[in-house]
Design a protein around this ligand. Sequence first.
Ligand code: AMP
Length: 116
Amino acid sequence: METDCLFCRIVAGEIPATIVRETERTLAFRDIYPKAPTHVLVIPKEHYGDVAVLAESDPGLAGEVLATAGAVAEAEGLLGDGFRLMFNTGVNGGQEVFHVHAHVLGGAPLGPMIAR
Ligand code: AMP
């Protein structure tokens, strides 16, 4: 655990979150500032800074994050109309929390992939 990492502290139970799904190695919880009717974050419990580091270090765990994201999408009823799965990565990617997380977004048309 990284003591100064917000999402590590959520994993440790030190900061509250609305958890929607948990596996041995992953956690899914609602985004505190939702950008869509459904907005859930999926993280590995272990700290990796971004998706590239995670995929390089532990591809199996990266797959578990994807599997949890798919299960969340199903549980949230997003499979029929579709959803967006997004990993903001690094400064240009707009990443603000440097513990890798997938955004599961859905529940309404989400518009273009990138706003200009
Ligand atoms: P990103 O810009 O991809 O790093 O996304 C970080 C996300 O974390 C943002 O969508 C925030 O709204 C969300 N967030 C920040 N603090 C919390 C928190 N305590 N609980 C849940 N989501 C959070």
